[in-house]
Design a protein around this ligand. Structure first.
Ligand code: UDP
Length: 245
């Protein structure tokens, strides 16, 4: 029997295909079950090893999905393969389609204001059935209670939180108790891509699992952040060897 979760360095990833997971989220929306989804890559997993508060925040998530190919490879390496990547961007696109059809109420939180406005315009034109429950750019005062109240009053079915890691997980984790409903999902820089302000890697690169490399070429300033990838690989291999001993 395949298990429901695959633990990578202590982080439990849901063992699911993207399509099955979208169905799970749809069911939770229909049942008005409040839900916290983390889309985790190796950087996020490594951060849990350094920051115990962040680790506790992730423990409050209902689901953690394999956002990066590094997670899928690590699962393979420890002999508990995950079927595929379930990335934040892909899920946002799938969920917008469902929301369009079902006329869900969606709240958009994050990104620079012009990116957010472009995102809303794109959603209005491409997904006319989506009900925009509200929106706020990602540069706001975290101590101001107005935003959580605004989201609560908006009664959203779905809240896209595009604040980047680790801000989005910390924001959702610390405010979740305030809300009565909604699927809250951290999606990093997805508004930048949806709105056309940033490009995702061409499909061939994605198929070759080189999306991370494309991002590095496009944004060389990310190279420092990418140093975490070899560290992640070494840690996963090291733990595997230690368990065998
Ligand atoms: N962002 C934001 N508020 C902040 C910092 C960043 O809304 O205080 C947005 C940023 O504009 C971008 C997204 O978060 O749209 C993702 O940023 P980053 O590239 O750092 O994301 P990551 O790859 O870490 O998820």
């Amino acid at each position: 029997m395949t298990s429901k979760f695959v633990k990578i360095l202590g982080v439990p990833f849901i063992n699911t295909t993207r399509a099955a997971f979208i169905q799970t989220l749809q069911n939770r929306i229909e049942n008005k079950e409040k839900t916290f989804v983390v889309t985790a890559n190796p950087e996020i997993v490594m951060h849990t090893l350094d920051d115990s508060d962040y680790k506790k925040t992730l423990e409050r998530a209902d689901f953690i999905t394999a956002d990066g190919i590094g997670i899928v490879k690590a699962a393979q390496l420890i002999g508990q393969p995950l079927p595929e990547r379930v990335s934040g961007y892909d899920m946002m696109m799938d969920l917008l389609e469902v929301a369009d059809e079902k006329r869900y109420r969606v709240f958009f939180l994050g990104a620079a204001d012009h990116v957010l406005q472009d995102t809303l315009a794109k959603v209005k034109s491409d997904y006319p059935g989506v009900q925009i429950a509200g929106a706020q750019n990602g540069f706001f005062d975290w101590n101001d209670p107005v935003l959580p109240q605004m989201i609560k009053d908006a009664k959203p079915d779905l809240v896209f939180v595009a604040l980047g890691f680790p801000r989005q997980e910390n924001w959702i984790g610390s405010h979740l108790g305030h809300f009565n409903q909604g699927v809250f999902i951290g999606i990093g820089g997805s508004f930048d891509v949806l709105s056309g302000n940033a490009k995702r890697a061409p499909e061939v690169w994605q198929k070759l699992n080189l999306e991370w490399f494309y991002r590095l070429v496009k944004q060389p300033s990310r190279w420092k952040r990418m140093l975490v990838l070899p560290k992640f690989a070494v840690t996963v291999i090291g733990r595997k060897a230690a368990n065998k001993r």
